[in-house]
Ligand binder design. Structure first.
Ligand code: ADP
Ligand code: TYD
Length: 209
C-alpha cells in the first residue's frame, strides 16, 4: 500500500464536511489523484446500511448499531480504501474508526476493549496516517446543526442525541489526541471557514510531503 490515508473527525456540526470539500477541491486543482469518501456510506452496501440505521424511527439496539458501523467499514476498507491505497492514491474519508471509538464507546458506553476489538476486526488493523479532528464546543455544534437542518434537511437519528452524549464523544476524541499526537491533530473548528482551511492545508501539505 503506497497511497496515503487521511481521515476527518469531529462531533456532528463541527464543520468537517465543509473543510473536506474545500481541501478536496484544492488538491484536485493541484492535479493530485484523490479519492474522497465517507463513513457510513462509502460503498453501495454502506449506503443501504446508512439509510437503514440512521434514517429509521425504530429504536435501534446499541449492539446492532456498533456492528452496523463495523459492517459498513469492513466493506469500505476491502472494496474501496485498500484498493485505492494499493494504486498509490490519496484517500480522504469523512469519518472512520475513531468515530466508533468515540460514539459507540464513550457515547453509547461500550467498553473500550470491546470497541477496539470490533474496530480491529472490521479494519484488519488499517489505520490512517493522518487524522484531522475539528474541535468545537458542543453548544456551538448544536447551533450549527439546527441551521444546517433547515438548509439541507440533513438530519439523522444521531442528531437527536443529548448535549451530554456529545460532551462524552468530544472528550473521547480529545483523549485520542493526547495518546496519538503524531497522527491525530486537533484543529480549532470555531473560527472562520477560510482560516480553518489554511490550518488544514498546512497540516495536510506537511503530511503529503
Ligand atoms: P459536519 O460535517 O462536521 O457535521 P458541516 O461541514 O456540515 O459539519 O457544517 C455544519 C454547519 O455549519 C453547516 O451549515 C456549515 O455551513 C456550517 N459551518 C461549517 N463550518 C463553519 C464555520 N467555520 N463557522 C460557522 N459555520 C460553519
Ligand atoms: P452524517 O450524516 O454522516 O453526519 P456528519 O456529516 O456529521 O458526519 O451521520 C453520521 C452519523 O453517524 C454521525 O452522527 C456520527 C455517527 N457515527 C457513529 O456513531 N459511529 C461511527 O462509527 C460512524 C462512522 C458514524
Amino acid at each position: 500500500m503506497n497511497g496515503k490515508f487521511i481521515t476527518f473527525e469531529g462531533i456532528d456540526g463541527s464543520g468537517k464536511s465543509t473543510q473536506l470539500k474545500m481541501l478536496a477541491d484544492l488538491l484536485r486543482r493541484q492535479g493530485l489523484d484523490i479519492v474522497v469518501t465517507r463513513e457510513p456510506g462509502g460503498t453501495a452496501l454502506g449506503r443501504a446500511l446508512r439509510a437503514a440505521f440512521l434514517e429509521t424511527s425504530e429504536t435501534v439496539s446499541p449492539l446492532a448499531e456498533l456492528l452496523a458501523f463495523a459492517a459498513d467499514r469492513a466493506q469500505h476498507v476491502e472494496c474501496l480504501i485498500k484498493p485505492s491505497l494499493d494504486e498509490g492514491k490519496i484517500v480522504i474519508s469523512d469519518r472512520y474508526a475513531d468515530a466508533t471509538f468515540a460514539y459507540q464507546g464513550a457515547g453509547r458506553g461500550f467498553p473500550e476493549e470491546k470497541v477496539l476489538q470490533v474496530i480491529d476486526l472490521a479494519t484488519g488493523g488499517l489505520k490512517p496516517g493522518l487524522t484531522l479532528f475539528f474541535d468545537i464546543e458542543v453548544d456551538e455544534a448544536i447551533r450549527r446543526m439546527a441551521t444546517r437542518d433547515e438548509v439541507y434537511a440533513k438530519r439523522n437519528r444521531m442528531d437527536n442525541e443529548t448535549t451530554d452524549f456529545y460532551r462524552r464523544v468530544r472528550a473521547s476524541y480529545l483523549g485520542i489526541a493526547s495518546r496519538e499526537p503524531e497522527r491525530f491533530k486537533i484543529i480549532d473548528g470555531a473560527g472562520n471557514v477560510e482560516l480553518i482551511h489554511r490550518d488544514v492545508v498546512d497540516i495536510v501539505t506537511d503530511f503529503l510531503g
